[in-house]
Design a binder for this molecule. Structure first.
Ligand SMILES: Cc1cc2nc3c(=O)[nH]c(=O)nc-3n(C[C@H](O)[C@H](O)[C@H](O)COP(=O)(O)O)c2cc1C
Length: 396
């Protein structure tokens, strides 16, 4: 494993709206981000060491992952999650993403940044700098901030209900795009939540419009995505009819909004556990499930179900039932098997639902474990559903 930083120009990402698959990797932002398990946390690399991130970033790029995705938040899910290293400590997305940007040349790097907590002026400045620093490879998961504990932490007294949060997100994005469009000239933005006048300092983004992700597919979320975003982010569950419905609904809404339906994709989160044999993969998965800490799983489920209609619809409101699923891979389906078996499952999901984008959740994030995903891609290529990113200009 080379930890050398490449020195040449980076590849700016372009859009290519086609029907082939794209793969993102949920970035490890805590010791065990995808399983509520102290055992997994202890076996993973040290999340607070820069080298851990360089090694994983270079592995992800080498095997052909399209983008990595940094989730983020300001309060943890409770003392049990903190105890097991699930979501605690949690590295700040815009601060640690530049390590991945510096260590790689082509892969996209998406950061979560909250509309409600930061001024559009700060968000525009952070985003423009991240896009320039990456050489035009940055994407933004624009989230409103939906946790009551975060509202209290920020001292926000005005309640903003679910649908209004999306209105706030849409306006924030419009304000940020106005600030990015200034290019040295004065702007004047008058919104309901903020107003801005003057000339923001450069740099300005390299990409005409960095890729916009939205986490959540409630009715209000889907409307926002269809009109303004490039990727919807939601969990792939075993209910593939529901996944297909979401995919179809997003396409129909994008078309109704006057956009090419292929310009709105999805990043469906899906767990992955690979082994050299079927038995080895099953054994790894069983050990992971057995190591789940149920108190921490309940903490995670409580956090998700509190503010997200997407999660309430997917997992119901019975806390214990939801926690049993959410403790591993946040309740997403977990594909377990050899590279060939997992490829077959992915092809089935792709063909039966039309889902093109996948956000891979690695339960063990050691680089040698993540490298195994590279053996899945050739099977997808053979089936004609995936093209190596290098052969399509590392497009989004
Ligand atoms: C798959 C997924 C990932 C999410 N990731 C984050 C995150 O990293 N940070 C955050 O503050 N909120 C996150 N959220 C919460 C959403 O931004 C949103 O506030 C919440 O889901 C409510 O919207 P909804 O009803 O449309 O789902 C996530 C939601 C989903 C479904």
């Amino acid at each position: 494993m080379s930890l050398t930083i490449p020195s040449g120009p980076r590849t700016p990402k372009t859009r290519r709206n086609d029907s082939t698959m794209r793969f993102g990797l949920m970035w490890p932002n805590s010791p065990s981000p995808n399983v509520t398990s102290g055992v997994m946390a202890a076996g993973n690399p040290d999340v607070l060491q820069i080298d851990s991130h360089i090694a994983l970033a270079q592995t992800a790029e080498k095997i052909g992952v399209d983008f990595v995705f940094f989730a983020d938040g300001y309060t943890n899910h409770g003392k049990h999650n903190a105890r097991v290293g699930h979501g605690e400590p949690c590295i700040s997305a815009p601060i640690w993403a530049p390590i991945v940007m510096a260590a790689t040349e082509h892969i996209g790097v998406v950061t979560t940044m909250h509309a409600r907590y930061l001024s559009p002026v700060v968000l525009a400045r952070l985003g423009a700098n991240l896009d320039v620093l990456s050489g035009g490879r940055w994407g933004w998961n624009i989230v409103p901030g939906s946790k009551g504990s975060e509202e209290a932490l920020f001292g926000l007294d005005d309640p903003v209900d679910h649908d209004e949060r999306y209105a706030l997100v849409a306006e924030t994005l419009a304000a940020v795009r106005t600030l990015w469009g200034a290019r040295g000239e004065p702007i004047d933005f008058q919104g309901r939540y903020s107003h801005h006048q003057g000339v923001p300092r450069g740099p300005y983004p390299i990409q005409e419009s960095p890729a916009i992700f939205n986490a959540g597919v409630s009715e209000a979320g889907k409307s926002f995505i269809a009109e303004h975003a490039d990727y919807a982010f939601f969990a792939v569950t075993d209910d593939l009819d529901a996944v297909k419905q979401t995919v179809d609904d997003l396409s129909a809404r994008a078309e109704a909004a006057g956009r090419d339906p292929l310009s709105v994709s999805a990043a469906g989160s899906i767990g992955i556990v690979l082994g050299r044999t079927h038995e080895e993969a099953q054994e790894k998965y069983r050990a992971i499930v057995d190591s789940v800490d149920m108190e921490a799983a309940r903490g995670w489920a409580r956090g998700f179900l509190g503010g997200s209609q997407t999660y309430q619809k997917t997992f119901g409101t019975d806390l214990d039932a939801a926690a049993r699923k959410i403790g591993v891979a946040a309740g997403s389906t977990v594909l377990v098997g050899t590279a060939e078996e997992v490829a077959e499952q992915l092809i089935d999901i792709h063909r039966s639902t039309g889902l093109r984008g996948y956000m891979l959740l690695t339960l063990n994030w050691n680089p040698e474990e993540v490298a195994l995903i590279g053996d899945v891609f050739p099977h997808l290529q053979q089936a004609g559903v995936w093209t190596p990113p290098a052969e399509r200009g590392w497009s989004w």
